[in-house]
Design a protein around this ligand. Structure first.
Ligand code: 3PG
Length: 213
């Protein structure tokens, strides 16, 4: 069976989805998130410094459980793990890419947005997947509807989740955690306001979830 993401996901109910524009922000941002109780940091491979940011956080920030996000091609898998990523997250999954993700030596949250995509991932052995873009692709009603026909699956919905709707997601038994960028606002990072990030993380880390581990 595939490396299980459950032990990682048990650590926190929210995965901050981080975009690092300036390498020097990576370590203080990650420290603020760890201090705020959100160690499951997902650094997206969306900026030129992303892999260096993963490397810096992995080597310097004690307690961070670092993942690589926006993993969209097989080359990202090896590069992310080599940089220190302990898990991988993809926004979506083509059939060929699903095979590459299933072969990764670390836990993966492969992206899906439909029942058929979820079933294709199940066939590769995935039991937990990212549901993206959560709000745009059906949100809480989608997750409630899929629980009956696909009872073995668990989701990490991401995309459009924030303080106003996060509790309705975490109340679902098939939601193990949620991802989102609301705890890492771009303006706070730009301003170096890591105290604000820590406070947002603290509030998010106290959220209750219904899922059993
Ligand atoms: C992602 O890639 O998961 C999203 O950018 C995060 O979505 P959000 O910004 O709506 O939280």
């Amino acid at each position: 069976s595939l490396p299980s993401p459950f032990p990682l996901l048990a650590r926190a109910p929210v995965i901050p989805v981080v975009v690092i524009e300036r390498l020097e922000d990576a370590v203080p941002l990650a420290r603020a998130l760890v201090q705020g109780g959100l160690p499951l940091i997902e650094v997206t491979l969306r900026t030129p410094v992303a892999l260096e940011a993963i490397r810096a956080i992995a080597s310097e920030v004690e307690g961070a459980v670092l993942g690589a996000g926006t993993v969209t091609e097989p080359a990202h898998v090896e590069a992310s793990i080599e940089a220190g990523a302990a898990y991988l997250v993809s926004p979506g999954t083509t059939p060929a890419f699903a095979a590459a993700l299933a072969a990764a030596p670390v836990p993966v949250l492969p992206g899906c947005a439909s029942v058929s995509e979820a079933m294709a991932l199940m066939a590769h052995g995935f039991e937990v997947m990212k549901f993206f873009p959560a709000e745009a692709a059906g949100g809480v009603p989608f997750l409630k509807s899929i629980a009956g026909p696909l009872p073995g699956l668990r989701f990490c919905p991401t995309g459009g989740i924030g303080p106003g709707n996060v509790e309705t997601y975490l109340a679902l038994p098939n939601v193990v955690a949620v991802g989102g960028s609301w705890v890492v606002p771009a303006d706070a990072i730009r301003a170096g306001d890591f105290a604000r990030v820590r406070d947002l993380a603290l509030a998010a880390s106290r959220l209750k979830r219904a899922a059993k581990f």
